[in-house]
Design a binder for this molecule. Structure first.
Ligand SMILES: Cc1cc2nc3c(=O)[nH]c(=O)nc-3n(C[C@H](O)[C@H](O)[C@H](O)COP(=O)(O)OP(=O)(O)OC[C@H]3O[C@@H](n4cnc5c(N)ncnc54)[C@H](O)[C@@H]3O)c2cc1C
Length: 225
């Protein structure tokens, strides 16, 4: 079922990522990590649906989305920069494969961090964050979504890597077997590995995880496309 919701706040998180806070329809339910089809309802903007993840928690009074804009795609997100407080969005029901299923490691590429923001926030509120690790790959330091919050939540269990920037504080490259082993992925039997990112990153990391001996049943994953 579609719901029309009103934007209450819209602000930048990084140079190309927006935080959008909107009304939550009465009785609307989802689990941390889930998404919904969202479209813009504004005159002059085509009503195209794309899936976006809730970065707020089910018990919050409002819905929050964290959305990366791709002006070069000629898709839905190039129009997000035109939105203002008071504008309307449409959302459908919640869905999605990523849900928390026990302790382990989170591996994200770019906007693939969004389901893990909700899950980590939920674990933090419950006082159950200890023992979880986050591996986060981005092109450059300015692309790291919620870097300060994630560092404050996870401390030394937060491992970044940058593919396109030579930065004094971060290793350079992609998330791969070498990086995960060096940082001690620690995915022994019974531990989960949560994976979310762009399709090419998902394929590469999934193959590396299998090569490291991680079984399909340990993986909880969903691609951004
Ligand atoms: C379950 C799920 C949850 C998601 N949650 C989030 C979230 O919380 N936050 C978030 O930011 N995103 C999220 N995404 C991704 C999001 O749904 C969109 O795919 C993404 O925002 C791109 O949408 P778009 O309309 O801008 O472009 P697209 O629909 O990807 O592309 C539009 C057109 O642009 C062209 N194009 C595509 N890729 C490229 C490229 N690399 N270079 C040049 N041209 C290209 C193609 O011709 C395409 O037809 C999620 C995806 C899924 C599946």
């Amino acid at each position: 079922m579609d719901h029309t919701i009103t934007i209450r706040k819209i602000e930048p998180v990084t140079h190309d990522v927006l935080r959008i806070v909107a009304d939550k329809p009465a009785g609307y339910a989802f689990e941390p990590g889930q998404a919904t089809e969202l479209s813009i309802k504004k005159e002059g903007i085509p009503e195209e649906k794309r899936p976006f993840t809730f970065t707020s928690l089910p018990g919050d009074t409002e819905l929050e989305f964290t959305i990366k804009m791709y002006p070069s795609h000629d898709g839905m997100t190039e129009n997000l920069g035109e939105l203002e407080t008071g504008d309307s969005l449409a959302i459908g029901d919640s869905w999605g494969a990523i849900k928390y299923d026990g302790p382990g490691a989170f591996i994200a590429g770019g906007a693939g961090i969004t389901p893990f923001i909700a899950i980590l926030k939920d674990l933090k509120r419950q006082g159950k964050l200890a023992g979880h690790k986050l591996f986060f790959g981005n092109k450059s330091e300015r692309d790291i979504i919620y870097q300060k919050n994630l560092r404050a939540w996870l401390g030394d269990d937060f491992y970044n890597i940058l593919s396109e920037e030579d930065h004094p504080d971060f290793p350079q490259g992609y998330i791969n077997r070498e990086f995960l082993s060096e940082k001690n992925l620690d995915a022994g039997a019974g531990k989960k590995v949560y994976l979310c990112g762009p399709p090419a990153m998902m394929d590469a990391v999934e193959a590396d995880l299998f090569a490291m001996g991680i079984s399909r049943s340990q993986l909880v994953m969903e691609g951004l496309e």
